[in-house]
Design a binder for this molecule. Sequence first.
Ligand SMILES: NC(=O)c1ccc[n+]([C@@H]2O[C@H](COP(=O)([O-])OP(=O)(O)OC[C@H]3O[C@@H](n4cnc5c(N)ncnc54)[C@H](OP(=O)(O)O)[C@@H]3O)[C@@H](O)[C@H]2O)c1
Length: 251
Amino acid sequence: MTNTTISLVTGANRGMGLEIVKELATAGQTVLLGSRDLNKGQEAAQKLAAEGLAVEAIQLDITDTDAITRAVDFVSNKYGRLDVLINNAGASFDKFQDPSILKLDVIRREFELNVFGTIDMTQQFIPLLKKSPNAKIINISSMMGSLTEALNPQSSVYNASSMGYQATKSALNMFTVQLAKEFQRKDIPITVNAIDPGLVATEFGGTSADSALEYGAQPVEVGVARTVELVTSPDNDITATFSNTHGEVNW
Ligand SMILES: NC(=O)c1ccc[n+]([C@@H]2O[C@H](COP(=O)([O-])OP(=O)(O)OC[C@H]3O[C@@H](n4cnc5c(N)ncnc54)[C@H](OP(=O)(O)O)[C@@H]3O)[C@@H](O)[C@H]2O)c1
């Protein structure tokens, strides 16, 4: 059994997930690159493996409970444990439509992916995380999920209205807090934290990374910095926080 940290990142064939995989593998971790399309995942993983990094693609559609079970079996058989789970896969489908007309099926799709898929992933992997002496769960959230900032006229997200997506990140934040508290109460050495990456230049929302950079989004390296800092820290004493590169942010 390997002594290096074993990490799994969902939605990692592109965007921030791919950058997180690259940076964790560069830091010496063995990283499983989750991708709902195995071909895309393998293509991304092979490029990193060609640079000598310990990266392996794993098929993982987080809205497919059987796919998650197969991934758990694979990791269990090959590594016997998981040290870090990064729930990064996520999307917004609601195109900034007003909450008075936003279709329920759009909101349901967002909850299936950003909330129920993420909770299913986490619950199914908890037995393997419990086999690690010191495990970490990171949920990639968003400032858009902060109720405090939605009501703060000084906030960068005050004028944004993407209610379905925002509600999923608020729900993910509550899952983060309650799971962290459960582990603390039961003395289980798994920390759970939510991250606000900021506005980041990826293909999120159907834009191109280049056009996102033009309207002021930050490069992916900046967007993943807080996640990489928490995951690579030798300490594991921070839990139930919501933070970005500047420190803790309002729930
Ligand atoms: N970009 C931002 O400004 C920003 C800001 C705050 C928070 N976030 C959050 O950051 C995370 C990463 O976003 P990103 O900007 O890197 O977006 P992205 O480039 O659009 O990447 C999203 C990733 O999620 C994957 N995905 C979608 N549905 C999936 C499913 N059912 N199962 C597994 N994977 C699935 C996508 O796979 P495919 O390639 O197959 O579609 C892709 O790999 C998301 O949770 C997002 O909400 C982003």
